[in-house]
Unconditional design. Structure first.
Length: 132
């Protein structure tokens, strides 16, 4: 569905674009364009279905509704040494008053993703570096 060009920007095919545009008529969405680079060791990466965005100031949680180019738990994506895995996560919308939020992966496995204090912008599209 999404591909990344050499400028690290997502490209979406026309059928998927239509599906997402229809969805946005009912609900706002937040898009995270994520990059993960494990360095010299290489790694495995997965996303749990329970991953969410949280605005702790009001207690709101935005649920994961779509992922692309990364495996969903219990499956894993292999990331070779010195390579970067680029993937996209789409969440349900945040409240209008949200100023910042956290990306939280709830999973019983080690290595859960946590990115704190993502500053809200006007587009709700964010470029996120996932810590190794």
């Amino acid at each position: 569905m999404f591909n990344y060009n050499h400028h690290n920007k997502s490209i979406i095919d026309s059928q998927s674009r239509e599906t997402l545009l229809n969805f946005t008529s009912y609900e706002n969405m937040v898009m995270l364009r994520c990059r993960y680079n494990p360095g010299q060791e290489g790694s495995l990466l997965k996303i749990s279905k329970s991953t969410f965005l949280c605005d702790f100031s009001c207690g709101h949680k935005s649920n994961l509704i779509f992922s692309n180019n990364v495996m969903i738990e219990p499956y894993w994506s292999k990331v070779n040494p010195y390579t970067t895995l680029c993937f996209t996560l789409i969440f349900s919308g945040l409240p209008q008053e949200t100023k910042s939020f956290d990306l939280i992966e709830e999973t019983p496995m080690n290595g859960a993703i946590l990115v704190n204090n993502i500053k809200r912008n006007t587009t709700d599209v964010y470029d996120i570096l996932i810590p190794a």
